[in-house]
Design a protein around this ligand. Structure first.
Ligand SMILES: C[S@@+](CC[C@H](N)C(=O)[O-])C[C@H]1O[C@@H](n2cnc3c(N)ncnc32)[C@H](O)[C@@H]1O
Length: 395
């Protein structure tokens, strides 16, 4: 980047900062918010690329809505809006197309018998640990009747020991009541147990099978050879996080639906007070590919035709098609919004599509805020920013 560009970018960021501080008393980059706060309780039950920082949702919901109101999110993803709305005693309705993202959000938002959750997580963990010890000592006798055929994906990306531990855990899941939670623990463990370099967790290109120079740790690292380490860590972590949210949650209702937000019917009337959402960005993330390990493990159905903006072979990332799809979603949501409802859309709108999209949905633009996005997993912090469009529904 040239010196001049860097200077003008810095100026732009400081202008945004000034406006955001005036409006919200915070600069919206959330650079000062510690990692533990940004990933508090259920927000870190499973990694999710493109997830909101919970504090961003909190700031907007607090400023523009009241406890007791109802918020919609037609692109739920990993559920940040629904969780933050609940904490502020606002009810919410969310829609998500991907069966896997839907599962993540379902697990985060459901009310549990916390004692049973803990008992089941520890029970399946202990059985898998015992299995892991046996396979290391080559004592398979206890598990002789258990057989499996790993998928090509697993053969490619995992150590044979990790594959056995993951598949063994999966084979036990049907024995428990809290199967969805166990699936999320296993999926998170499978994500971490892939043989990928530590510095490339978000978008790995190929497996590492030998010792490699690690850009993150500045030393030689060994490729991962087991999954039980992660299954153990995430089992305990999940218990802790579910207990934490259980203590904080309010009785505000959360309705979560799986389906295509362009067409889905919501079980509410024209009673919602607003939307806080972030649509898929044009051509940026293929959400199925992101979580391929989970799709391989649990055979989730894919909906490539309906996945808006996805860089897949159906051309969903064609600009005109994207616009049409997004308009269809918000027009559908209009059936459930009061007149004067407030609509917040968080998006990296580099093609400047959203002013037109808003107009075609019957929305009047009130303001646009901008924020720099600090990408902790990428090496260049200056490139990313997003806009938050604030619209009001007319009529
Ligand atoms: C940017 S993400 C939302 C992330 C979310 N704000 C969070 O905090 O996790 C956009 C989501 O839209 C979903 N999506 C794509 N097409 C959809 C459709 N037709 N209907 C509903 N959801 C869709 C994607 O699966 C993805 O989870």
């Amino acid at each position: 980047m040239s010196k001049q560009l860097i200077v003008s970018q810095k100026q732009k960021f400081s202008d945004w900062q000034e406006k955001n501080i005036q409006n919200f008393s915070i600069d919206l980059s959330f650079a000062e918010v510690p990692e533990s706060e940004r990933t508090k309780h259920v927000h870190r039950l499973h990694p999710y690329l493109g997830k909101f920082i919970p504090q961003l949702v909190e700031v907007f919901l607090k400023k523009y809505f009241q406890p007791g109101q109802m918020i919609l999110d037609p692109f739920v993803g990993s559920g940040t809006t629904l969780i933050e709305a609940n904490l502020l005693n606002m009810s919410s309705v969310g829609v998500e197309l991907s069966e896997f993202s839907y599962l993540i959000t379902k697990v985060k938002t459901q009310k549990y018998s916390v004692e049973l959750v803990e008992k089941e997580i520890l029970d399946i963990l202990n059985k898998t640990k015992e299995f892991s010890r046996k396979i290391q000592k080559n004592q398979r006798s206890l598990f002789e009747d258990w057989s499996f055929e790993p998928s090509e994906y697993f053969k490619n990306w995992y150590h044979p020991r990790a594959i056995k531990e993951i598949y063994f855990y999966r084979s036990l899941i049907p024995n428990y009541q809290n199967q969805d939670i166990l699936k999320i623990i296993l999926s998170r463990s499978a994500r971490s147990a892939r043989q990928i370099p530590h510095y490339d967790l978000a978008r790995p290109k190929k497996p590492v099978k030998e010792k490699y120079w690690c850009l993150k740790h500045k030393q030689y690292c060994e490729p991962i050879n087991n999954a039980i380490k992660f299954i153990t860590r995430y089992s305990l972590d999940t218990i802790k996080r579910i207990k934490e949210f259980d203590k904080l949650r309010t009785s505000a209702k959360i309705i979560l639906l799986q389906g295509d937000a362009r067409k889905i019917k919501l079980p509410v009337k024209k009673e919602s007070d607003g939307i806080f959402t972030s649509p898929p960005y044009l051509g940026l993330i293929n959400y199925h590919e992101q979580h391929r390990y989970a799709y391989e493990l649990f055979n989730f159905k894919e909906y490539p035709e309906a996945e808006i903006g996805s860089p897949n072979k159906n051309g969903n990332d064609n600009k005109e098609r994207y616009k049409k799809d997004i308009i269809a979603v918000f027009r559908n949501m209009n059936n459930y919004l009061k007149s004067g409802a407030k609509i917040f859309i968080v998006v990296n709108d580099k093609h400047h599509l959203y002013p037109q999209i808003g107009k075609e949905c019957g929305y009047k633009i009130v303001d646009v805020f901008h924020r720099p996005v600090l990408m902790r997993t990428e090496r260049d912090n200056n490139k990313f920013s997003e806009s938050i469009y604030y619209f009001v529904k007319e009529g």
